[in-house]
Design a protein. Sequence first.
Length: 369
Amino acid sequence: MARYEEIGILKEIAELLNEGTDSKTVLEGVLKKLLHLTGLQTGWIFLIDEQGDHQLAANVSLPEPLAHNNNLRMCTGDCWCVSRYNNGKLNKAVNIIECQRIENVLLEKAGDTAGLTHHATVPLRAGNEKFGLLNVGSPYKTHFEKDELALLEAVAFQIGTALKRIKLTQREQETALISERNRLARDLHDSVNQLLFSLSLTARAGREMTDNEEVKQTFSYIQDLAQDALGEMRALIWQLKPQGLENGIISALTGYAEMLGLTLEAKLSGISSFPEKVEEALWRIGQEALGNCKKHSQTAHVTLFLNRSRDFVTMTIQDDGCGFYYDEKLELPSFGLKNMKLRTEALNGTFLLTSEPGKGTEIEIQIPI
């Protein structure tokens, strides 16, 4: 391949990577571009986490046996390139690796690989930080020249750098969001919250200063409305700026329940630490569930079970309240429940609701770690 062609390929891929803000979209786009520019036909990208678990993040033109059943052979099991990556033995572009996944297809006579038997594999990295693997190949191609490997290595470095940039950008956005939530919580506490408190005091004073029974009832009604609004405002401020989350999800939810006037019996088993995104989801889902208990269950006692195993975290929230009729075949009956389900499924988790009139309500979520 001529030098100017290599430079042109790197330039086009760099432009594509610089525009991306979502890693999945970026990886799909850059893989298609790379194969188009180099004339290779098949490729896939594995993202590999710190535990060594791989995720198929992008793929183009996989042979049917590999693409069958929603890419099951690519998403499960182990292979030589992932094993060498995890063992620290794959630090540069490798000329050819016979693909264990393809070999299994051939051994099992599971289908036609359309001549694809080998692939080149290149680690995705930026400095000392590793992200996964870029694999490319073509039917009947069993050798990559040095200049081809050098180009793939350069592209892989570009991808790794882009992934790091996206990761840092997302972290900055999350930090900015937390800062904005804290600012809004302060503003609500210092302004609206204080006004409602003053209104409550004024209504109480007005009730005590008059002998007219109708006026007394009016002031009492105003005071009750102000107290209800204060409760709603305190709950909103808690949602924006959780007090005690730095001490763990159990502490935060227990404090939130107390603020709502509920008694929370919490039971924790397994590992007590959680990834940041999972803990955030648990906190928001727990808030919604406790809020529903306060508004609808007609009980003040709630039980929380929280378990983390090596692969999953499971949270169950139960109340012994009035319950309601629910058919799992129908749509969830409230926005709050839908929101809990969406938060759970956004992390590839499962959401289960069980309720019957007079038998309370149970919400169980399970999120993979």
